[in-house]
Design a protein around this ligand. Structure first.
Ligand code: FAD
Length: 383
């Protein structure tokens, strides 16, 4: 019997726990620093077919059709003149049981949590120390207790403290010079879009995305925009909960996003975007890092959760085969997706009118070019 400790009950930790619990040779425990899993009700998540295939291995297909959505296309609009630029058929990689899916984060998290035995997750367990010297690793928590394990899986997100503890130095993500504003909105408040698709609005130094999160007319709204912040502002996370700061962000985005949309947004939340600079591999052969702790991607390819699921699945397969290292292909893949996410960010945030005009012409050609789509999206969605 192998004792496996998983740090963090986010998408990656919960998913790998679901996979590992299929094998009775593993005793799994998840240690989560908060008092419950983070449900963030209302907000959405996009899952491409590469992760749907892996989620189906734990019966994701059984989630009620009312609680998820399968968009057909990605419609690109210009925020300046509200005109459609072009559309991209994202359903071209779908098959009968694997469809591009949008849903509420809480639906995904609840599904992952419900697949586990209740007593697997220990809450209020913040890791403060790791001792990897002994044969059995020892994990110590803020409450003074500690546990021993054979395998340690680190899945505590972008700001992973556990990663810093095993590296014996602070491994910090870097600020992506961008802020995200997230909200929910009802379909009735949306005019001039096709509600069966994902709508992506391109502005100057800013883009917004709207998509349904279920079949009940609820939509997720997200705007990402360029904003430099000082070290002082970044060190004070309470700033992002401050009403005046949120109001100043709203006033900035309302210069480009239609007033009717702005006035109908609910549950608005803004936060800075942090990304990884490179992959950090643990030195100890029985310690593994997955999810955003492994690599936090820019959100402009909507691949963070899908990659968290892919990496977790690969680790599960490795453990089953007693292989303890991610192969170099994984690192190449995450770098390729990182590069494409940055390229999307660059293309979505242009501000010069002439360059925007050229970009729009190029996009209109590319979305119809099957060879390009198969290479740009297919390499991520099909592998
Ligand atoms: C604006 C934005 C939009 C996005 N949209 C999409 C999308 O549409 N599609 C997509 O695929 N991805 C998207 N992502 C990315 C996606 O949300 C993440 O990649 C994914 O949630 C990562 O999951 P995780 O389990 O690695 O980390 P997290 O979800 O961050 O979970 C980490 C868990 O660890 C816990 N924890 C932290 N520290 C400790 C500690 N010391 N001890 C114990 N527990 C600890 C935390 O409380 C948390 O529960 C988006 C990201 C952003 C920023």
């Amino acid at each position: 019997m192998k004792n496996i400790a998983i740090i963090g009950a986010g998408i990656s930790g919960l998913y790998i726990a679901n996979l590992l619990s299929q094998n009775s040779n593993y005793k799994i425990t998840i240690y989560e620093k908060n008092s419950s899993v983070n449900l963030e009700k209302g907000y959405g998540i996009q899952l491409s077919v590469n992760s749907i295939k892996l989620l189906n291995q734990i019966n994701f297909q059984k989630i009620s059709v009312k609680d998820k959505f399968h968009p057909h296309k990605l419609d690109f609009y210009s925020l300046k003149n509200n005109k459609k630029i072009c559309d991209l058929d994202i359903s071209m990689f779908n098959s009968t049981d694997r469809k591009y899916t949008t849903l509420q984060r809480s639906t995904l998290i609840n599904f992952l949590k419900d697949g586990l035995h209740e007593n697997i997750i220990y809450y209020n367990k913040k890791v403060i120390k790791i001792n990897e010297e002994a044969e059995n690793k020892e994990v110590s928590f803020e409450d003074g207790l500690s546990v021993k394990c054979d395998y340690l899986i680190i899945s505590d997100g972008t700001f992973s403290k556990t990663k810093s503890l095993i590296a014996n130095k602070e491994t910090k993500p870097k600020y992506f010079n961008s802020i995200a504003l997230r909200a929910t909105i009802d379909q009735d408040a949306l005019k001039g879009i096709n509600p069966d698709n994902i709508s992506l609005f391109l502005g100057s130094n800013l883009h917004s995305v709207l998509y349904p999160v279920n079949s009940k007319g609820q939509f997720n709204f997200i705007t990402i925009f360029r904003k430099k912040l000082s070290t002082k502002e970044l060190s004070d996370y309470s700033l992002f909960e401050n009403k005046d700061f949120a109001a100043s962000i709203m006033s900035e985005i309302s210069k480009q996003v239609p007033t009717e949309t702005i006035n109908n947004l609910k549950s608005i939340k803004c936060f800075p975007i942090f990304v990884s600079s490179d992959v950090n591999e643990p030195k100890n052969k029985d310690t593994f890092i997955i999810g955003d702790a492994f690599f936090a991607l820019p959100p402009t390819f909507a691949q963070g959760a899908s990659q968290s699921i892919e990496v977790a699945h690969e680790l599960y397969k490795n453990l089953e085969n007693e292989k303890t290292q991610f192969n170099s292909e994984r690192i190449k893949r995450v770098r390729m997706i990182n590069m494409k996410s940055k390229l999307n960010y660059f293309a979505f945030h242009l501000s010069n009118p002439l360059i925007i005009w050229i970009r729009n012409l190029i996009m209109q050609k590319l979305v119809k070019n099957e060879k390009f789509i198969n290479s740009y999206l297919g390499k991520i969605y099909k592998d």
